[in-house]
Every structure is written in C-alpha cells, then in structure tokens.
Design a protein around this ligand. Sequence first.
Ligand code: ZN
Length: 467
Amino acid sequence: MKPALLAALLISAAPAIAQQSVASLPPPVVTDPRIAALRDNARDNDRYAWDVVEGLTTEVGQRLAATEAEARARDWAVKKLTAMGFANVHVEPFDMPVWVRGTESAEIVSPFPQKIAVAALGYSGSTPPEGITGQLVYFDSVDALRAAPDSAVAGKIVFIDHHMIPTQDGIGYGQFGAPRRQGPTIASLKGAIGVVVRSIGTDHHRNPHTGVQYFTDGAKPIPAGALPVPDAEQLVRILKRGQPVTMHLTLVSQKSEGGHSGNVIAEVPGRDPNAPILLIGGHLDSWDLATGAIDDGAGVAITTAAAKHIMDAGRPLRTIRVVWFGAEEPGGFGGNAYAKAHGAEKYAIAGESDFGADNIWRFATKLSTTDPTTYEALAAALAPLGIAKNDKGEADGTDVGPTIEAGAPWISLNQDGTRYFDVHHTPDDTLDKIDPMQLRQNVAAWTTVLAILSGGIESGPKQPKRR
Ligand SMILES: [Zn+2]
C-alpha cells in the first residue's frame, strides 16, 4: 500500500474510532486488587502444584483404573489433601470392570521380517500367549473400513491409518480418534481376527499411544493395538511394495468384573453452607504406560493448588470442592459416579483441568450468557495471564460432564494443546514434560476464577502453610 493512501485511510477512520470511544464503549472493568494479588502470587510463587504432581508421579507412579496402583494413589491423595489443610477429605468408592495389559509384541513375518512396536488399546481382546498370525489389510480411515466388503476383511488383521496433525485446540482428537474408538468394533463385525491402528498422536517417536475403545453392537472382542507413528508409516511403505504382508501379533490382556475404584473429595468450607458450590478437579487415574504427569497428574495438581491459594487467603463465602476423579481413562466412571451421588446439589460453577499443563490461552463459560457482568470480570482478571475470552466456547470434560448435564453451570479453561498429543497416553507422559512456569500460569488462572466466583474471601487467622 502507498504511504499516502494509508495516511488517508487512517485519517478517514480516526473520527469514527474517537466517537465510539466516548459514547458507546462499556465502562472499564477493574479487577479487585486483592484478586490481582492472589493471581500474581500464584503465577510467580506457586509451589503447591509442582509439589502434588511431583509427589504423585514419584511416590505412586502409574495409576491404572481399578488396580491396586490406583488404590495406592487414593491413599496418597487422602494423606496429601489432609496435610494441606483441606476439610472433609474422603473417598467415595464405586465398582467397575478392570482391564490389565500382559505381554505384547508385533512383527512383520513377510515379505520383510522385522519388529514393530505395539501397545494394546483399553478393553482389547486377548490373543493366545503364542499370538496370532494373519495377512494385513490396509484402510486409510474408518470410513474406508466401513465401506469395505466383509470378504476383504474376514480372517485378516486390519490396519487403520489416519492423518492427525498438532493443533492448539486439539480439535483433531475427535475426528482422527475414530480408528481407535470405532475401528476395532467395525473390524470385528466384519470378521477380522485383529486390528492395529496408527496411534492417535502427533509425535514421531516410537511410542504407541494407548487409549480406550469399546466393542459395541454385539462385536466380539478381538485383539486391538496401537502402533507408534513411525512404525505405522513404515508399515505403509512396506504395504506399498504391493506384496502380501503378514503380521504376527501378540496382545495378551485380562478383563474381569469386580474391580474397585473411587473419587477422592476434599473441600475448602464456605462461610455459607447453603451457597451453590464451586466444583473443580482432574482425574487421579492414568494409563499404565507411564506416570501420568500431564494426563492427569497436572490437572489434580493445578486445581488443588488453586483451592489452596484461596484457603491461604481466608474463608470464601462458597464452598470449594476439589475432586480427584477415579477411572476417567477407561470411560469416565468417576465422573458418572460423582454425578449420581452429587448431581442434584447446587453449583455456582463446575470445571476441570485435563489437557496437560501448557499455558491456558482462552476460556469459555456458561456465565457469558447467564451472568455477563461476572463473565467480563473473569475476562478482565484473566487477560494479564494472556487468556482471551472465547464467546463461542463449549463445556468440556469427561469428569464434570455428567454434573454439567445435571444442570451445573460450566467453565472451560483451555490449555495450549500443540504438544499435548505428542505424549498423551504414551510411555513418555512423565514429569519432565511439565514446564513449571506454565504450570504456575495454570494455577494462577484457576486461582483467579475461584477468587472471582468465591462470593468474597474473608481473611481470618492465617492457615499454616503446610505441604
Ligand atoms: Zn485425561
């Protein structure tokens, strides 16, 4: 653009802007300095979240749902939350099936013999200990598999590919997750003897991404595994050579009824026991391949730390309830059990953290329509953390979802998901993937939300700072 033209545009635009700034802009929203101080203290000094996620991942490790490891995690949680000064710390148990992984391996038998890395998907059927051998049949997507005649699939091992790439909002997980979620059922109904999918992940490491799937519509369970992205790409190259490809697949696993899990609940009691409460949390269970640092040790750590910062500041009007949900990964068992027991209670907000620990970049809440004044106050107080309001956002969260469906108003704080699916559900989901500075930004954001929605914090005698 020519400078003269640009100048003319600027001049012609100027009066309109000036006019609007005087007459029609809403009054400025100024954040209460006490809330700003709480936010900035959490951002600069929080140690609670790191302390929780470091302790949980180090002292418990992996926490597969309904196993003895998850039970140890609940014991750890009760001790930790009690030591931090929370009230009403208790476990609410529930029953569920338990699925555990056994021996697993895969190799190409012909035409180019070689090992392929693999991990079973949740609720996979089991191969016999010696494994199965079958010809591979390739599909570019679940839709391609669905369109195939049964005769193309029967007696074979199905391989389903996809094309997920990293995005900030993680939008690909829904669509590109179909091979994992629906692929095994469709393959089984068409008579396949096994199924392997390209991992629902965006990294290029040799780590398979596990995750849950269910056999529905009467499909009989068949062995179902995930291949790391580089191994899936290797398999595509091998298949492109045009010769029949035979795979030997061993995926031993066990499923049984009669497992036990539970939700761990803790509170910062409000001054008014009848005021609608603030429900926040994350999930305590993890997949079994790693220590579940980003999924979801970080989520329980962030929300617990935020509640603790309010506790340190004094007594909120509303009760803050923190839930470390059990058994989210195999299908949201903890969230459903919680809603069954507590869905009819009155909530001022419900929200969860379950998308890692990178910076929160936007938020959305039902309050944008039901309570615009509070929405603008949240937006103003979160803006210094780099968090934008998202007017079109939706409720999310497996754990608080059923409680939201029962009527609780929701808030979603969205972390940057660009690198989330690099480690999600892999052996790489470990503590070193958490950036302590970004973790503190998360704590600051949740602390701000709690402070604004608390109904006011009455400073009393200081709580001792216990860890
Ligand atoms: Zn999770």
